[in-house]
Design a protein around this ligand. Structure first.
Ligand SMILES: Cc1cc2nc3c(=O)[nH]c(=O)nc-3n(C[C@H](O)[C@H](O)[C@H](O)COP(=O)(O)O)c2cc1C
Length: 336
């Protein structure tokens, strides 16, 4: 059974990629994942915002006693935050310890920083870079157009500076993701990871406080990504990687049928650990055998919009049809 695929110009032994998270930053866990058969790993993102926050906290700590004891000002005169150095060193060590491809990930807040950090990450020897594009909107006076053009510019500048393939991971919150993806594809992105699951704060009504819970995916969460895999298959030069809600083997198979080249998983790793990888690979192989497919290439994209004779399910008409049949649906699932 040939499970191999191409992603970002890299030949991967199967379509399963461990997505960026704290899980993939732990070298012991990464070695377990490699042993379990995962094809590539995305190391947790280098967040410029986090570096700035840490630097500010260190500055505060160092100057906490300034008012009480003047000598303290001179005690640690040259200490400053190491910036991205710790992340870069850990990533280099990580890359050297693993034999499967390692992908770095980056999220910046200032437009000038993207290329600087991208160059640093590429210098660690990683096989590719993933740009974690999102904008956590909290103000009304920033236009969607300005955010998008800044992201396109960042990609352009990075591609001029580094030689490794660059993938773009997007949040689902664009007015027309297809139009934006088309622009990034034209600029030269090697792949699209669709879509990121962003952290959303919750409110604890007992303590009346905001909370930041881990947002793990649930069954059915892959459908948004599935639709975009199906819409984009054959329409972009870049590779397509499905993300969010790829939990079980059936999610992987559905993503491949829609047109994904690969999938990224995080929730499965947190819920089941590395053992989810051989389980999914075995189920994928068994399904392929049952269906008579000897390679992933034989069925990838079979159900994309491009390859369906009647791509009805990808159109809005399908929604209208669903509304028209809502009585049948109500009869099938009666409310008790
Ligand atoms: C604990 C945790 C940490 C994460 N850290 C990152 C990160 O550093 N960079 C990133 O691009 N995505 C990060 N993500 C998002 C995941 O990579 C992934 O996009 C998201 O969890 C959806 O995939 P899933 O449904 O398989 O969980 C993180 C997710 C979790 C749960």
């Amino acid at each position: 059974m040939d499970l191999s695929i191409n992603y970002l110009g890299l030949k991967l032994k199967n379509p399963l990629i461990a997505g960026a998270s704290a899980y993939t930053a732990d070298i012991k866990k990464a070695l377990e994942l490699q042993e379990a058969g995962v094809a590539a790993i995305v190391y947790k993102s280098l967040f410029e915002e986090q570096l700035n926050l840490e630097a500010a906290e260190l500055e505060d700590d160092l100057h906490e006693y300034d008012d009480r004891n003047a000598e303290m000002i001179n005690l640690f005169p040259s200490i400053e935050h190491s910036g991205p150095k710790a992340h870069l060193m850990a990533l280099k060590e990580f890359k050297e310890a693993l034999s499967i491809p390692v992908i770095a990930s980056l999220n910046c807040i200032y437009k000038e920083s993207w290329e600087e950090y991208a160059v640093h990450l590429a210098s660690t020897g990683v096989d590719a870079l993933e740009l974690n594009f999102y904008s956590s909107i909290s103000e009304a006076d920033i236009s969607a157009e300005s955010i998008e053009s800044e992201q396109v510019e960042a990609l352009k500048r990075i591609l001029k500076k580094i030689k490794i393939p660059v993938a773009v991971k997007l949040s689902p919150y664009y007015t027309n993701p297809l139009a934006f993806i088309k622009k990034l594809d034209a600029v030269g992105a090697s792949g699209f990871v669709l879509f990121n699951r962003l952290f959303q704060p919750d409110i604890n009504i007992q303590s009346e406080k905001l909370e930041m819970p881990y947002n793990l995916s649930k069954d059915g969460d892959s459908r948004f990504s599935l639709r975009y895999m199906g819409l984009l298959e054959g329409k972009v030069k870049a590779s397509l990687c499905a993300n969010t809600g790829i939990i079980e083997a059936n999610d992987v198979i559905a993503a491949l049928l829609a047109g994904a080249d690969a999938v990224q998983m995080v929730t499965s790793l947190y819920k089941k650990g590395a053992k989810c990888i051989p389980e999914i690979l075995n189920e994928l192989s068994a399904w392929m055998e049952k269906k008579g497919y000897s390679s992933v290439a034989a069925f990838k994209g079979k159900l994309s919009k491009r390859n369906l004779k009647d791509p009805y399910a990808y159109k809005r008409a399908q929604y209208v049809d669903f509304l028209m049949k809502s009585k049948d649906y109500a009869d099938k699932y009666p409310v008790n």
